[in-house]
Design a protein around this ligand. Structure first.
Ligand SMILES: *[C@@H]1O[C@H](CO)[C@@H](O)[C@H](O)[C@H]1NC(C)=O
Ligand SMILES: *[C@@H]1O[C@H](CO)[C@@H](O)[C@H](O)[C@H]1NC(C)=O
Ligand SMILES: *[C@@H]1O[C@H](CO)[C@@H](O)[C@H](O)[C@H]1NC(C)=O
Ligand SMILES: *[C@@H]1O[C@H](CO)[C@@H](O)[C@H](O)[C@H]1NC(C)=O
Length: 413
């Protein structure tokens, strides 16, 4: 058992270290306070009592002295960095903490309410997070795995979700692109990584309003690659599940919440966000998740009563489904790798018989084109029979075009 003690008359080491001892006293105070706040605000089951350590605060600390006491305890004197302390206190008391606020009611700057209307039997809609300026990436998706005319007998759609760009020129270009394709939904929020949750909610809202008859919705990103044929298999294999989420699934608590500035860079979670948790609730990797129709509308409904949290994957695929009952999660973790290079190699390797990875990210535009053509080349007869007639021809043209322009494109790895 370790007993912490703040100042002591014996500590004649100058005012700085006395200051540090006082600071440490404040840390302990803050810690007690944190616990109190957690008891009040953490509504779920009480967490297991955890051994408390200074590392809980993520403060840089140095043990200055360890003194055995008569009662068998140890008195430990610790110096902590004042910056860390201020950070904890700043987080605790900062006025800009936006937890407990419900998400903004997003309205559309532009969207096409007819996008799904002319496809009464819609198998799936892909909704992709995109940025206003990413027109080339959107084109690539339109011409490859997100092609709405990919399949002969099954209808599909793709829609790109964007926020507001910083400049008018981008907005003008986006408007032109929208009038050409009609597959963009723009929300009235700034396009910023801190607003991705709004984008995710907008997708659920838009689909439940204008594309509610689609059997499945697939969330992805404009720089991701999805083996859509494999996903058709996932849909078939799980057709009995009414509330399906199929994805690279992170189990409850398996992803640590990063709160210490040196660990988390721009993804730092404040002490007041997800209070009482060391790990995220069960959620999906953002690269792609497949939702059945019921899930889309029920997750949107849940967003109306789920306080905003800016990490979109955790919010949309974690906190929202947690409020829906009867959710059936299907983990596709063996079909994903963090190494885009390894996935790319698997696709373009002539010896690959069956593609292992369903979702790929971290590859260049050109690599995605090459993966797509490799995928089409190796489709088996069942899958080939699903394709519209001109898909293979068009993809071959796309490949040629990329090869010709390759000097303009990002280098392959
Ligand atoms: C969002 O705003 C629209 C239009 O302003 C309104 O009709 C709708 O009821 C609002 N939705 C919610 C959930 O507040
Ligand atoms: C952008 O457009 C808005 C209104 O459409 C206008 O007020 C503003 O001056 C424009 N900004 C630039 C930099 O052109
Ligand atoms: C998110 O969007 C809202 C609405 O446009 C805006 O007020 C806010 O500043 C945005 N957040 C960031 C971090 O850009
Ligand atoms: C094609 O592949 C799919 C999925 O791997 C499989 O279900 C189907 O039976 C295969 N068809 C043929 C003709 O091999």
């Amino acid at each position: 058992m370790i007993k912490y003690k703040a100042g002591d008359a014996r500590a004649k080491r100058g005012s700085r270290s006395t200051g540090l001892y006082v600071a440490f006293g404040v840390v302990v105070g803050v810690y007690v306070l944190l616990h109190a706040v957690r008891l009040v605000l953490f509504a779920g089951p009480r967490p297991e009592p955890q051994p408390t350590a200074l590392s809980d605060f993520m403060v840089r600390s140095v043990i200055r002295d360890v003194i055995p006491m008569a009662d068998g305890k140890l008195e430990v004197r610790v110096a902590v960095e004042i910056d860390d302390l201020l950070k904890i206190m700043g987080d605790l008391y900062s006025a800009d903490a936006d937890e407990d606020l419900l998400p903004l009611n997003v309205s559309y700057v532009m969207h096409n309410p007819r996008l799904c209307a002319d496809a009464p039997s819609l198998k799936y809609i892909v909704y992709l997070h995109s940025a206003p300026g990413n027109s080339e990436r959107r084109d690539l998706v339109r011409q490859t795995w997100g092609n709405r005319r990919l399949l002969k007998n099954e209808n599909s759609r793709a829609v790109f979700l964007v926020g507001l760009p910083k400049d008018n020129k981008t907005q003008e270009k986006l408007r032109a692109e929208f009038s050409q394709y009609g597959d963009i939904v723009q929300g009235n929020f700034h396009d910023d990584y801190r607003n991705l949750t709004l984008k995710g909610i907008m997708g659920l809202k838009w689909i439940s309003t204008y594309c509610a008859h689609a059997q499945y919705a697939l969330k992805s990103d404009d720089d991701a690659f999805v083996n859509i044929f494999a996903l058709l298999g996932v849909m078939t294999a799980n057709a009995d599940k009414k509330r399906l989420i199929a994805c690279v699934n992170y189990r409850d608590g398996s992803m640590p919440i990063l709160r210490y500035p040196r660990q988390c860079y721009k993804w730092c979670i404040k002490y007041r966000e997800l209070i009482g948790r060391r790990g995220y609730p069960e959620y999906c990797a953002g690269v792609a998740f497949l939702l059945s129709r019921e899930m889309v509308s029920e997750m949107y409904a849940a967003s109306l009563k789920t306080p905003f949290f800016w990490v979109d994957d955790a919010y949309v695929s974690g906190l929202l489904p947690a409020k829906v009952s009867g959710v059936e999660r299907v983990a596709l973790n063996t079909h994903f790798t963090l190494s885009g290079g390894a996935a790319y190699d698997d696709y373009v390797n002539p010896d690959t018989k069956e593609f292992r990875y369903y979702f790929v990210h971290g590859v260049s535009d050109k690599q995605r084109v090459l993966m797509w053509t490799a995928l089409l080349r190796k489709l088996n007869e069942t899958h080939k029979a699903l394709l519209s007639d001109d898909v293979i021809t068009k993809s071959t043209q796309l490949l040629k075009q990329y090869m010709m322009e390759k000097n303009k494109l990002p280098r392959v790895r």
